[in-house]
Design a protein around this ligand. Structure first.
Ligand code: SF4
Ligand SMILES: [Zn+2]
Length: 120
């Protein structure tokens, strides 16, 4: 593949926008969950939640759907190992609705995708 063709096939900033946003906000949502459920405070998270954060970031880095990404919750293949899948589901259930006050645009786009997903 020529350098020119490679450049053309690289995703644009706009196409990666949702992927980057999810990568930025997943740690925020896990921390929110940890504070509410595991008694941590400030920038602190418990060991289990730190492990989950690292795993979620690793999965996002390896994600084959980075371009115009949909939320992991609505992914058909869901690449998470079962134990992490259950943990992240609990995080989404707890932190998702709470994001309305801190990150309303993100929270609303999550709801819109959920409605589209349920219609499929
Ligand atoms: S669950 Fe799906 S969208 Fe999320 S990181 Fe894995 S493959 Fe990508
Ligand atoms: Zn925790």
């Amino acid at each position: 593949m020529s350098e020119e063709t490679k450049k053309q096939s690289e995703p644009t900033e706009k196409q990666l926008k949702h992927w980057k946003q999810e990568k930025e906000l997943i740690p925020v949502m896990i921390r929110m969950y940890c504070h509410g459920n595991h008694g941590t405070k400030g920038k602190e998270v418990c060991e289990k939640c730190r492990d989950l954060t690292e795993y979620a970031e690793f999965r996002l880095d390896k994600c084959p759907f980075k371009v115009d990404k949909k939320f992991c919750s609505f992914c058909k293949i869901h690449c998470y190992k079962p134990e992490y899948k259950d943990q992240i589901k609990a995080v989404m259930k707890y932190s998702g609705p709470r994001m309305i006050t801190t990150h309303p645009v993100f929270a609303i786009s999550h709801v819109i995708q959920m409605l589209k997903y349920k219609k499929q």
